[in-house]
Write a protein of this length. Structure first.
Length: 307
């Protein structure tokens, strides 16, 4: 009996020693606070979502604009940095003509090292522009006296001569048109006289502060219809073109002229139904745009048009 009790006591003692050693080696239990802290420190960080890479529409090798993210942005370093333009994107396409809204409407903006300027409609013809690559912006109301616009063009010939050409109120094949000029960088605008026609505007602009043109006819034009001013828009005369007979009805839409040596030159495009191939025509004038003579056919890539 005593021998059995001794064996049992020995077994119990060995069991207690074994359990003590086991629990000493086991990691201590964590408090709820410790468990939460450990969970926070080891939580996997959320995956970073990369910002959308803007795909700009190039203007030069370094300068571009983007209409992504439902806003207008510009870059001067090939997309490394973008600057937002404080204008509602929808206003850039407002009016009787809306463009494709994937690119800015041709001639409605200026984007170069000196200026960023955008013409738009918002209860009037307005201009927003920057002279410091988008760091600061200024707004200018050109006019609030015309209905929504169709054709639009903004151009700066110099720091002291800016002009805007607009058309509006289209009814079938006729519409109104105006040219506005500022000599104080948009502080004030004045309206010029216009040619005596209501045909649809094809394009228009100035070569110098005194010499300007307006070209008309966008629906099946049969011949060039261009009017010229030599006094800053006070008076206008219809230009004449010495057109070789084989080009009659082919070249019908003149672009705005440009200065070339001691004369003016312009590129004439085919009409909407032109089927003469991918060819344009070059004309020159030696009397400030009143008469024009044909020089040669040109390919668009070789075009010298400065419009």
């Amino acid at each position: 009996m005593k021998k059995g009790l001794l064996v049992l006591s020995t077994l119990l003692l060995l069991s207690m020693i074994f359990m003590t050693i086991y629990y000493q080696k086991k990691e201590p239990a964590l408090t709820p606070e410790q468990a939460l802290s450990l969970s926070s420190n080891t939580r996997t960080a959320p995956e970073k979502v990369p910002e959308e890479t803007l795909q700009g529409t190039p203007v030069t090798d370094e300068i571009a604009y983007s209409l992504q993210q439902d806003k207008l942005q510009i870059t001067y370093n090939n997309g490394q940095e973008w600057v937002g333009v404080p204008v509602d994107k929808s206003n850039l396409f407002s009016g009787e003509y809306n463009g494709n809204q994937q690119e800015l409407i041709a001639n409605s903006f200026i984007l170069n090292e000196q200026y960023a300027a955008f013409l738009y409609w918002n209860n009037g013809v307005q201009l927003i522009y920057s002279t410091d690559k988008g760091s600061n912006w200024q707004e200018s109301l050109i006019t609030d006296q015309v209905p929504p616009i169709r054709y639009r063009k903004i151009a700066f010939l110099s720091d002291d001569f800016w002009y805007a050409v607009i058309s509006y109120g289209r009814t079938m094949s006729s519409e109104g048109a105006s040219i506005y000029i500022t000599n104080d960088q948009g502080e004030s605008w004045r309206e010029t006289n216009m040619p005596n026609t209501t045909r649809l505007v094809a394009n228009g602009g100035f070569v110098t502060e005194q010499i300007g043109v307006m070209a008309y006819g966008t629906i099946n034009p049969a011949e060039p219809d261009m009017h010229v001013t030599n006094d800053g828009g006070a008076t206008w005369q219809k230009a004449t073109f010495e057109m070789p007979s084989k080009y009659d009805g082919v070249f019908v839409t003149p672009n705005v002229p440009y200065q070339e040596e001691d004369h003016l030159a312009l590129i004439m495009e085919q009409g909407p139904n032109g089927d003469y191939g991918n060819i344009q025509a070059k004309f020159i004038s030696k009397d400030n745009g009143l008469t024009w003579e044909f020089v040669e056919e040109v390919e668009p890539d070789n075009e010298q048009n400065m419009d």
